[in-house]
Ligand binder design. Structure first.
Ligand code: AMP
Length: 500
């Protein structure tokens, strides 16, 4: 085949996604800063550390000089908030920030957070990580009551509920709003006087509190605290609301006591390995997932090769437990930014590998154990397995450091629907054949629980939110059930709006 002419190469300068990367995307990250003269600069740095949680858009709202300031941009934090000019437009000693990948509502400017509303009681800005499972039901109710929505994001529902509350004080309005929502959420809110943080009743989404000198910081993950040199104070508890103001930090538990069920996928994939989530080092957990995988699926092999970056700790754990050498048999390009050269179909058919390249020196003639943290649709694996074979591997054994993903998510993690999940639609042997590997293995659910340090799984009272693997959803799925039963068409209205 002839190479496509130069004009066949299109340079994209939008935030469009890398066409070679058809994996599902992440959710969002939130930060809040209180009592720091450069609050917005601190928030921007902290958001940098949370970039892995969402790369589509980011925003910061500060309060200073008697009013709110809001900057929201498409793209990465480093691009949006580089240089002093932008941050000068965000004065004040308190700020919240958000980095977004859309899991509800479309992409686009109007869905970028923090969102802001002017209420009778004063302004409030809100940043939200997670998904509400009764978003559509609430939205419909609010629209019927006359609410006019500016966005298609579920986060705006929370603002409307706060606005509609009959309570007088902002904190009571906030609680009133939270008592009506269901799902997984970590929220940061900013008023002229307070920074508010909240975590859903099961603690599905994470949120931590840190101290930076006399200032307070809220963040989705501890890696954001490390980035700015803040000291980790504690996790915000499941169902807890913290109010931070000049009097210090106040903790409220307004909802009926529930058992915590944090999300297992924060450990499997989402959180950065240097974060400590719910008291456990993500890196250590991932290494233990690899060690556990070695005991459940031993292989006669020459090298253990991770799918970088997310498979690295598990592959290290496997290598150390099995005594087999760990090698970087796949090299990942870290330069696929927002601006990239999108090959035309013609060039792509030549086998352009933008993200991962096989390292022939490691793979040639070897029996390879390839380890990834998870297999979702199988698209990444199939490409990599072919590349590894083309580089001369004698055998390819694919292992997933998490169990087969069988069920979609409704709590803020972008997972494809069930029909696209390879494990939901194929037997192990069918998957092995499709992925073109010599053997295929998955970590067991109990093995994953052991690696996290809470195992084995208690079937009657599961310790974690783990529906991906078990189908056991920890909350009602009101919108989903309505959709299944064909009730109402608000979804349709919304998608019309999204494409408008
Ligand atoms: P797939 O190609 O669909 O099988 O996706 C598997 C790959 O996607 C693995 O390399 C995972 O590290 C990664 N992954 C798993 N879950 C997610 C997610 N929710 N968002 C982005 N990437 C993911």
């Amino acid at each position: 085949m002839a190479l496509a002419p130069a004009s066949d190469v299109i340079v994209h300068r939008t935030f469009e996604r890398d066409p070679d990367d058809d994996r599902p995307r992440l959710e969002c990250g939130v930060v809040g800063v209180w009592g720091q003269p450069d609050a917005s600069a601190v928030a921007a740095l902290a958001l940098h550390a949370l970039q892995h949680r969402g790369q589509e858009a980011c925003g910061i709202t500060s309060f200073g000089e008697g009013r709110f300031h809001n900057e929201r941009h498409l793209g990465h934090v480093g691009d949006a908030f580089s240089g002093p000019n932008l941050l000068q437009r965000l004065p004040g000693s308190s700020a919240i920030g958000h980095t977004r990948y859309s899991t509800a509502g479309g992409a686009g400017m109007r869905n970028i957070q923090p969102m802001f509303a002017d209420l009778r009681t004063g302004g409030i800005a809100l940043g939200h990580n997670g998904n509400l499972t009764n978003f559509m039901a609430l939205r419909e109710m609010l629209v019927e009551e006359g609410a006019i929505f500016q966005s298609t994001s579920d986060s705006e529902v929370i603002l409307h509920l706060i606005a509609h509350s009959k309570k007088r004080k902002i904190v009571d309005r906030f609680i009133d709003a939270l008592s009506q929502i269901e799902g997984g959420y970590a929220l940061v809110g900013l008023t002229n006087k307070k920074l508010i943080g909240a975590r859903d009743p099961l603690g599905i989404r994470p949120l931590v509190l840190g101290r930076l000198g006399d200032a307070w910081v809220l963040a989705s993950e501890t890696c954001a605290l490390d980035m700015i040199g803040a000291k980790f104070e504690r996790d915000i508890q499941h169902g807890e609301i913290v109010i931070i103001d000049e009097k210090g930090v106040r903790s409220l538990r307004p909802f009926p006591a529930a058992r915590a069920r944090p999300c297992v996928f924060e450990y499997v994939y989402f959180s950065r390995p240097d974060s400590v989530v719910n008291g456990r080092s993500v890196y250590d957990v991932r290494k233990r997932m690899g060690a556990q995988l070695a005991s459940e699926h031993p292989r006669e092999a020459d090298v253990i090769v991770p799918v970088p970056d997310s498979g690295v700790p598990a592959a290290l754990g496997y290598a150390q437990a099995s005594g087999l050498p760990f090698e970087m048999g796949i090299i990942r390009s870290h330069y696929l930014g927002r601006t990239f050269i999108q090959p035309s179909q013609g060039v792509r058919e030549l086998g352009v590998r933008m993200k991962h390249s096989p390292n022939r020196a490691v793979l040639s003639g070897k029996r390879v154990v390839l380890i990834d943290d998870s297999i979702v649709r199988g698209t990444t694996s199939v490409k990599l397995v072919r590349a590894v074979r083309e580089a001369g591997a004698a055998e390819v054994h694919l292992l997933s450091a998490s169990p087969p993903i069988m069920w979609p998510d409704f709590y803020g993690i972008d997972m494809p629907e069930r029909s696209q999940l390879i494990a939901a639609n194929h037997t192990l042997e069918e998957m092995r054949a499709r992925l073109e590997v010599d053997t295929l293995g998955f970590l067991s659910v109990d093995g994953l629980y052991q690696a996290i340090g809470v195992g084995p799984r208690n079937a009657a009272l599961p310790q974690l939110t783990d529906h991906y693997f078990t189908g056991d959803y920890p909350t009602r799925l009101i919108d989903h059930e309505r959709r299944m039963s064909g009730e109402r068409s608000a979804d349709k209205q919304l998608s019309l709006l999204a494409s408008a």
